[in-house]
Design a protein around this ligand. Structure first.
Ligand code: F6R
Length: 241
């Protein structure tokens, strides 16, 4: 586990974007595992800027996203499909047929999770998985208490996650109650993991996850066991370590 301290959100975003860019340069046909949420927005912005300067080429890249709300139409502005198109896919030369997300509109959870695991296997596994971290230590939608050995599965969102995500919806009632997520096993099988966090609100969980015991109660703590995990933090998120 390697921890990189950045000055601020902008610096964190640029450092993480540099790591992703290096991955794409080293292996142009790599498989990038991508995340949504507030934290990676600056990373995607930086990657788009470099794409516009001809410094990065996504034409051979395949993407697999971590998660998607179950039951939300793709076109809903808060679906992760919409988020990814708005922040990255529509702005660079990724081929639409190489973009993969769990299909939240398929309500048959068992079939959808099996399909998504097969997609990840068929593309040859994930070269670099980008992750954010929840205040309770969740990664993807793997909430505290999640079994470490799961592949893609359907989860009930915790009250804390619904509360944290309501800022993106008109009201709390509109936040979907379930999601499809890659499991911890899938994430741990990625050849490289890049976790990013910023802000004072993440300082405590960063300390617990990476300097405390490895426990399902703090899902991100399992990353201590990953052979190639890089964590990029701004000064506030790193303030307790
Ligand atoms: C997003 C995801 C989540 C977020 C986490 C942090 O695809 O799976 O685990 O990474 O909730 O979210 P932010 O970045 O909004 O603090």
């Amino acid at each position: 586990m390697k921890i990189i301290r950045a000055k601020d959100y902008y610096d964190m975003s640029r450092k993480a974007a540099n790591i992703i860019s290096a991955q794409v340069i080293m292996k142009p046909n790599c498989v990038l595992g991508l995340a949504t949420g507030g934290t990676p927005v600056g990373i995607y912005k930086q990657l788009v800027e470099w794409y516009n300067k001809d410094d990065i080429d996504f034409s051979e890249v395949t993407t697999v996203n971590l998660d998607e709300y179950r039951g939300l139409p793709r076109e809903h502005p808060e679906s992760y499909w919409s988020f990814m198109h708005r922040n990255l896919f529509d702005l660079v030369n990724i081929r639409p047929e190489r973009i993969n997300l769990p299909d939240g509109t398929n309500l048959d959870a068992a079939a959808e999770c099996a399909r998504y695991d097969y997609v990840i296997q068929r593309v040859g596994g994930i070269d670099l998985q980008l992750l954010g971290i929840g205040h309770d230590g969740h990664i993807g939608f793997n909430e505290p208490g999640s079994a470490f050995e799961l592949g893609t599965h359907c989860v009930d969102l915790t009250e804390e996650t619904i509360e944290a995500n309501k800022r993106f919806f008109a009201s709390k009632e509109e936040v979907p109650r379930q999601a499809y997520t890659m499991g911890i096993k899938t994430i741990m099988q990625a050849r490289k993991v890049l976790l990013v966090a910023n802000g004072a609100g993440k300082a405590e969980i960063i300390k617990r996850a990476f300097f405390g015991p490895v426990t399902p109660e703090v899902p991100a703590s399992i990353l201590q066991m990953h052979p190639d995990c890089t964590i990029v933090l701004d000064a506030e998120a790193a303030s307790l370590i």
